[in-house]
Design a protein around this ligand. Structure first.
Ligand SMILES: C[S@@+](CC[C@H](N)C(=O)[O-])C[C@H]1O[C@@H](n2cnc3c(N)ncnc32)[C@H](O)[C@@H]1O
Length: 225
């Protein structure tokens, strides 16, 4: 179930990955900055588990207000970039496959998942949600952020769609190397329909460049945990 093509792509891209956050597009910058402000508030005093942390862009933001952060990623190159931010003290980094996540439930009260959901195969949401729900049952909040498609109409750079409805795209690294990776996009209604049967949706934003969600677990009666 672990997507090795995706892992290879991100391992190769680690040193150039953060360029995505610094493109000179004011509206895009504004969306990211607003989400960062919101996230700082959300994690205040929380014990955070971050999955697929990448270069630690959001780790660094959360470290401003969180009580502690365990940030994990499968790519040693990504973790090396994140460690380079020198987020001493409250942040620790762990190499881990999120599909085999073995983090202690009850140890965290906030779960962060930045730009991962778009890469998770649609047919495997059940496994991802089962893992999140196990953590959320302990009173945890989950925060997700991801991309909206770059333009209206057919998804730019799309190669094909598989039988599960997963979209595959070409991506090019700075050295010209070409990778084909799974990258899904969602309307706001689709996201609501995907999350609502499993979580209490506390917040769902869907802007020009990004969407984000704040999710809580629900108990058997549908009340927030
Ligand atoms: C789009 S990046 C997101 C990085 C970071 N969360 C952010 O928002 O900037 C996706 C990350 O997922 C990581 N990744 C890919 N497959 C993974 C897996 N099976 N388990 C954990 N991390 C994985 C990649 O190494 C990469 O750092």
């Amino acid at each position: 179930m672990t997507d090795h093509k995706l892992i290879d792509y991100y391992r190769a891209r680690a040193s150039e990955y953060e360029q995505i956050y610094y493109r000179d597009v004011p509206d895009r910058r504004k969306e990211i900055d607003e989400e960062a402000d919101h996230l700082r508030q959300l994690v205040k005093g929380r014990h955070v588990l971050e999955l697929a942390c990448g270069t630690g862009y959001w780790t660094e933001i959360m470290a401003e207000t969180a009580a502690s952060i365990v940030a994990s990623d499968i790519s040693p190159e990504m973790i090396a970039e994140a460690r380079g931010k020198n987020l001493r003290g409250k942040v620790s980094f762990v190499r881990s496959d999120l599909n085999r996540s073995a983090f202690a439930k009850g140890a965290f009260d906030f779960l962060a998942l930045g730009f991962w959901f778009s890469h998770h195969p649609r047919q495997n949401y059940g496994d991802l949600f089962a893992m999140l729900i196990e953590l959320l049952q302990e009173g945890c909040t989950a925060w997700l952020i991801d991309n909206n498609p770059p333009a209206e109409g057919p998804v730019v750079g799309s190669v094909h769609t598989d039988k599960h409805g997963n979209n595959f795209k070409h991506r090019f690294l700075d050295n010209g190397a070409e990778h084909t990776i799974l990258k899904n996009y969602f309307t706001k209604d689709e996201l609501r329909n995907i999350f609502a049967p499993h979580f209490r949706i506390e917040r769902l934003t869907h802007n020009k460049y990004y969407w984000s969600a704040v999710l809580r677990g629900v108990n058997a009666t549908g009340a927030p945990t």
